[in-house]
Design a protein around this ligand. Structure first.
Ligand SMILES: C[S@@+](CC[C@H](N)C(=O)[O-])C[C@H]1O[C@@H](n2cnc3c(N)ncnc32)[C@H](O)[C@@H]1O
Length: 219
C-alpha cells in the first residue's frame, strides 16, 4: 500500500490501488528502502517500487548495453535499471556526494553487480563528457536546474532508438502553476520539457507517475 502521498497528481485512492497492484519489491530493494530512510536525508528522493518497477521493466525490454544515470543517491534506481543490462553491458552512474561512495560500493558488491556498475563521483556536467560510450538508456535524476544542460550533453550520447528518461518533470506541480514560479529548478525543468518536445529527433511524453517521468525515444 502507498505510504504518505508526496506527489498529489492522482487521487490518493487511485495511487493506493496502483501501489497495491504492482510487482512485489525484491527483498534487497525493500531492505535498501529501509536503510535509505535510516541513513539518508531526504529519503523521499528514492525511486521506490512503483517507479522502480517501470525502470526495470523498460530496461528488460531494451536489454541495454550501456546505461547512463545522473544522480545515484542511495542506489535504488541503479539496481532497478541494471536488471535488464546485456551480459557484457555497463551502467555508468554519477553522484557528486563523496560521502555516499562507500555505501554505494558496498551495496553494489552485496547485490553482485559491482562488475556491471561503474560509479563516478563528481559533478555530472564534468563527468558526462569523459564517458566515451553510446548509450541505450539515459536516466536523468540529478540537480534540476541543470536539466537543459544535461539534455544537450546526453542527446549527443544517446544512440538512435535509445531512450531518455527524466524524473521530477512535474516538480511537485509547480511546473503547471500560473504564473510559473521563477526559481531555477522549476525554470530548468520547464526548459528541459520544452527542449525535448521541440526536438524533431525525439518522440516523447510525460507519465504523471509520482513526480512525473518524461520518456523520450531518439528517432
Ligand atoms: C533524486 S536523487 C536520485 C535518486 C535515485 N536516482 C533514485 O531514484 O533512487 C538526486 C541525486 O543527485 C545528486 N546530485 C545533485 N546534483 C548533482 C550533480 N551536479 N552531479 C551529480 N550528482 C548530483 C544528489 O546528491 C542526489 O543524490
Amino acid at each position: 500500500m502507498s505510504e504518505k502521498q508526496i506527489f498529489p497528481f492522482i487521487e490518493q485512492r487511485i495511487e493506493n490501488y496502483c501501489q497495491t497492484y504492482v510487482s512485489k519489491e525484491d527483498d534487497s530493494l525493500s531492505e535498501l528502502n529501509e536503510k535509505t530512510k535510516e541513513l539518508f536525508i531526504h529519503p523521499h528522493m528514492i525511486s521506490g517500487n512503483w517507479q522502480g518497477t517501470l525502470l526495470s521493466l523498460i530496461s528488460n525490454l531494451v536489454k541495454p548495453k550501456y546505461i547512463l544515470e545522473l544522480g545515484t543517491f542511495s542506489g535504488y534506481s541503479a539496481l532497478c535499471l541494471v536488471k535488464g543490462l546485456a551480459p557484457d553491458g555497463k551502467l555508468h552512474t554519477i553522484e557528486w556526494k563523496e560521502e555516499y561512495e562507500e555505501f554505494l560500493l558496498n551495496l553494489f558488491k552485496e547485490n553482485k553487480v559491482e562488475d556491471k556498475i561503474q560509479l563516478h563521483i563528481g559533478k555530472a556536467l564534468d563527468i558526462i563528457p569523459t564517458i566515451e560510450e553510446e548509450f541505450d538508456i539515459v536516466f536523468i535524476d540529478a540537480d534540476k536546474a541543470n536539466y537543459p544542460a544535461y539534455y544537450d550533453l546526453c542527446i549527443e550520447k544517446l544512440r538512435k532508438g535509445g531512450l531518455m528518461i527524466a524524473d521530477n518533470v512535474l516538480w511537485y506541480g509547480k511546473i503547471a502553476l500560473e504564473p510559473m514560479p521563477k526559481d531555477k529548478q522549476t525554470v530548468g525543468i520547464h526548459s528541459f520539457n520544452q527542449k525535448i518536445t521541440e526536438d524533431p529527433r525525439m518522440e516523447n511524453l510525460i507519465i504523471p507517475l509520482r513526480d512525473g517521468l518524461m520518456i523520450g525515444r531518439k528517432i
